[in-house]
Design a protein around this ligand. Structure first.
Ligand code: TRP
Length: 365
């Protein structure tokens, strides 16, 4: 059995640096590690529609944005298949069979979905499709027999749900067809839920506290300079707090081994910088300017690749079309195996037809 990756994102907006450190950076590294036989990266438009049914235009528009973000972050169409979820109808088919293996009570316990339902104030208008998206996500992963799912840590409950479905399926219809996946989340805790630039829990387009992968260097500069730090650190001499200080959280997520040597050689490492900030005598502006340099180093090549791909949007759609063709090929094969295991492949089942022939023949003898 090969090593296979499947992961993806909802195309509800451009991707930001929270997506990047939370999962995208890791995907590129895994892709380039050469350790995987096949990599599927899915633009989850059907999942995005589960809470945007009345606004398909938003999803349509953002498919190309997310594709550009993927390609500019370094996902390479020669090494992975980027595809569009809704164009692989086997995913919907598999979801429908999985629905019978999951209870309503089990879905209600999913902490990520629970939080989203509360945050979106659905109450009685909760769409069934949204409520059941963990099931469709299990289909996304298992249709490709993925064993590795690089995701942000908020997706862990989905992977757990997937594993349970694989086990139920195995118990009922036979083992060895589906694969139980493992989630892969960043080791660096700062990458798990990168806060917004305002220090709020999460980057969110509606709050306007995101730094996008596609932001210009001017935009990045402005956003960093107005970032939330320690509100009690007023004068440079004042001692400052690191906890909850967004600038330091971003540094935790982005600083590389050689960042200090390159951009702030008075310090050997982040611990030294933090100590100085805590003691007092280190101003926010100096730390912010350092963060800008660190971010720019990461974002400059991403911007350059984006500019290239933006010049050839037809080619980007062709990449998606080719990726989707391969996804369907694999999907059709798995669906055939699944239906065979469930014994609902009636027309291929010569034994079934023969036994029915005999049964009815006996009736008339
Ligand atoms: N739920 C994921 C998100 O919101 C997107 C997604 C859909 C996904 N299907 C998936 C991620 C399968 C990993 C595997 O970002």
């Amino acid at each position: 059995m090969g090593k296979i990756i499947l992961t993806g994102d909802r195309p509800t907006g451009r991707l930001h640096i929270g997506h990047y450190v939370g999962s995208l950076r890791e995907r590129v590294a895994l892709q380039n590690s050469g350790k995987f036989d096949e990599i599927f990266i899915m633009i989850a438009d059907a999942q995005a529609l589960t809470d945007n049914a009345d606004n398909p235009e938003k999803i349509r528009e953002n498919i190309i944005e997310v594709a550009l973000d993927y390609l500019s972050a370094g996902l390479d169409p020669d090494k992975c298949h980027i595809f569009i979820q809704s164009q692989v109808s086997e995913l919907t088919e598999l979801s429908f069979y999985y629905m019978n293996l999951v209870t309503v009570a089990r879905l209600q316990r999913n902490p990520t979905v629970k939080a989203e339902i509360a945050q979106k104030n659905f109450e009685l208008s909760l769409p069934v499709g949204f409520f059941t998206y963990p099931i469709s996500q299990a289909a996304d992963i298992t249709l490709f027999k993925a064993d590795t799912v690089p995701v942000g840590e908020d997706q862990l409950p989905m992977i757990e749900q997937t594993r349970e479905i694989v086990r139920s399926f195995g118990n009922i219809y036979g083992e060895g067809i589906l694969v139980e996946p493992e989630a892969l989340i960043p080791k660096n805790k700062a990458c798990h839920r990168l806060p917004g630039t305002d220090g709020k829990a999460k980057m969110s387009k509606s709050i306007g506290n995101c730094i996008y992968l596609s932001d210009s260097s001017e935009e990045v500069k402005t956003k960093v300079m107005s970032m939330y730090t320690d509100p009690d650190h007023i004068k440079v001499e004042d001692p400052g707090k690191i906890e909850g200080n967004t600038v330091f959280t971003y540094l935790d997520a982005f600083v590389k081994e050689d960042s200090f040597e390159k951009y702030l050689p008075e310090y050997n490492n982040l611990d030294e910088l933090k100590d100085h900030y805590r003691r007092g005598g280190l101003g926010d502006v100096k730390v912010k300017k350092f963060l800008i340099k660190v971010l720019e180093e990461e974002l400059t090549p991403i911007r350059a690749r984006r500019a290239e791909y933006e010049k050839d949007i037809r080619k980007v759609y062709k990449i998606l079309e080719d990726g989707t063709a391969r996804a369907r090929e694999v999907g059709m094969k798995t669906i055939a195996e699944v239906k065979h295991a469930m014994r609902i492949d009636y027309f291929e089942d010569t034994e079934l037809i023969e036994s029915q022939v005999q049964k009815f023949k006996a009736k008339h003898e």
